[in-house]
Ligand binder design. Structure first.
Ligand SMILES: Cc1cc2nc3c(=O)[nH]c(=O)nc-3n(C[C@H](O)[C@H](O)[C@H](O)COP(=O)(O)OP(=O)(O)OC[C@H]3O[C@@H](n4cnc5c(N)ncnc54)[C@H](O)[C@@H]3O)c2cc1C
Length: 431
């Protein structure tokens, strides 16, 4: 039997909870009605949602469940890899406790294992949690099966020896070690054909690895294998950097699909689209180290909870809201969303969190919330070299469907400074 513990809602301000059952919407002694909002996943989307809910209405009972006890940021992790001045591993790590104390939400440091929509119950490895509203912000999982023919051994080998490193923690540390131990040769990065976490991240990473090679006089080259005709984000900026700043250090291979990897022979097999012959041609590339980024999909817990999804593995929502098609009391924001043309970025997750918090707050007050007049926005910076950066911005209009307005900056020192300022103020707001 799971241990169930009753938490007195009225007394909670900022609490770290373990072995807990949160009560359903309840009347407390002074007869104020309280509602319970359970947020699953303490990434940028989850923490931002908790923060905005408590800012909008300090009386709300908001609880965040997260398996890790330290927050590690993906934004600026490439700058750490590239040894950009002032960016240390410590500058990527944040203490959940600072956020809990600052924004006064409850925190449960446990691993979620199941969601029962019918009973409105979430099970962790220690507790059973009840909710009125569930906000799922569990991020992505890798879908290696799509590219590695369902071979379990191969999937394990690739994930260990050629980590995608789109998730912070051990993968990122392994990638950093692969780079710092690199003696020369080809460092190959492969991109998936379908959408993945942070569209500019692999291109920024190529620049940052090249920056490291250049700075440390390593006779190495980053080979970037991309199924697209041009980079998925900030295309002109990256092409300019590949062709000028990193001419000797980056080889960009567009219209090329990853097919297989042989760690013994040190070969990567690809298919490249030959525009003259109008057909795909087989090719093989020698590698010394590799990072294989497989197709991404929403965290496996969404499927386990029978949340309706698109075939690519992203969650379906009730347009124009962030409520799932499956259950109007279950919301999804962040990287797992599939409904709108929103880039999978931390800034986007944060902006959607504010919209979502306003919706839940309005629902609790029995007010109607208009998503069409409360659209999110995004600005995503990239560090390109020691002192140059760029950004892309996204704004939206809703007319039966979401319409995107996008703008890309030039490559400049000012944008490098702006990127650093963004990271510093963004993380300061949350922690
Ligand atoms: C290299 C790189 C650079 C990037 N740079 C930028 C940038 O400059 N700007 C920008 O805006 N975005 C950037 N991004 C994108 C950004 O990191 C993501 O879009 C953002 O993290 C998405 O937030 P999320 O909360 O949806 O998911 P996540 O941040 O992935 O959070 C999901 C959380 O759920 C938790 N979780 C998962 N399963 C369980 C479970 N079973 N039990 C409990 N907890 C669980 C995880 O531990 C995690 O904390 C970058 C990404 C990468 C990879």
């Amino acid at each position: 039997m799971k241990r169930r513990t009753f938490i007195k809602l009225s007394l909670i301000t900022s609490t770290i909870l373990t072995n807990t059952k949160i009560t359903a919407s309840s009347k407390i002694q002074n007869n104020t009605k309280k509602s319970n909002i359970l947020i699953l996943g303490g990434g940028f989307a989850g923490i931002s949602t908790a923060k905005y809910l408590k800012q909008l209405n300090p009386n709300l009972n908001v609880t965040l469940v997260e398996k890790n006890n330290t927050f590690i940021s993906c934004p600026f992790s490439n700058a750490w890899i590239g040894e950009i001045e002032g960016i240390t591993y410590e500058s990527l790590c944040f203490d959940y406790n600072s956020s809990i104390l600052k924004h006064k939400y409850n925190f449960i440091n446990e691993t979620i294992i199941d969601i029962n929509k019918k009973e409105k119950i979430v099970t962790t490895h220690k507790s059973i949690l009840e909710y009125d509203f569930l906000v799922m912000t569990l991020g992505i999982d890798y879908n290696y099966k799509k590219i590695l023919k369902k071979s379990k051994e191969k999937i394990k080998e690739v994930s260990l020896k050629a980590p995608a490193a789109l998730k912070p923690g051990s993968e990122l540390i392994k990638l950093k070690k692969m780079i710092t131990d690199f003696k020369g040769g080809n460092f190959v990065i492969t991109l998936p054909r379908s959408s993945y976490k942070c569209p500019p991240a692999p291109y920024e990473r190529a620049c940052m690895i090249a920056n490291y090679f250049k700075k440390n006089k390593i006779n190495g080259k980053v080979i970037l294998i991309d199924p697209r005709a041009k980079p998925a984000s900030k295309a002109n900026i990256y092409l300019e950097a590949f062709n000028n700043e990193y001419k000797e250090f980056i080889e960009y291979k567009p219209l090329t699909n990853f097919k297989d990897i042989d760690f013994r022979r040190k070969k990567i097999y690809t298919k490249h689209f030959n525009e003259k012959l109008n057909k795909y041609m087989k090719n093989e590339i020698d590698f010394n180290e590799a990072s294989i980024i497989p197709p991404n999909r929403a965290n496996r817990l969404y499927k386990k909870a029978n949340i309706e999804m698109y075939t690519q593995g992203w969650v379906k929502l009730r347009k124009p809201t962030y409520q799932t098609i499956t259950d109007s009391d279950i919301y999804v924001i962040g990287d797992a969303q599939g409904e709108y043309p929103f880039p999978k970025s931390a800034q986007m997750a944060n902006s959607c969190a504010l919209v979502l918090a306003k919706d839940i707050d309005a629902r609790i007050r029995n007010q109607v919330f208009d998503y069409k007049r409360n659209l999110p926005g995004n600005v995503c910076y990239s560090i390109i070299s020691e002192n140059k950066g760029a950004w892309v911005s996204h704004n939206y209009k809703y007319e039966d469907k979401m319409i995107t307005f996008s703008k890309t900056s030039n490559l400049s020192k000012n944008n490098f400074i702006a990127a650093k300022d963004w990271y510093s103020s963004f993380t300061k707001e949350l922690f």
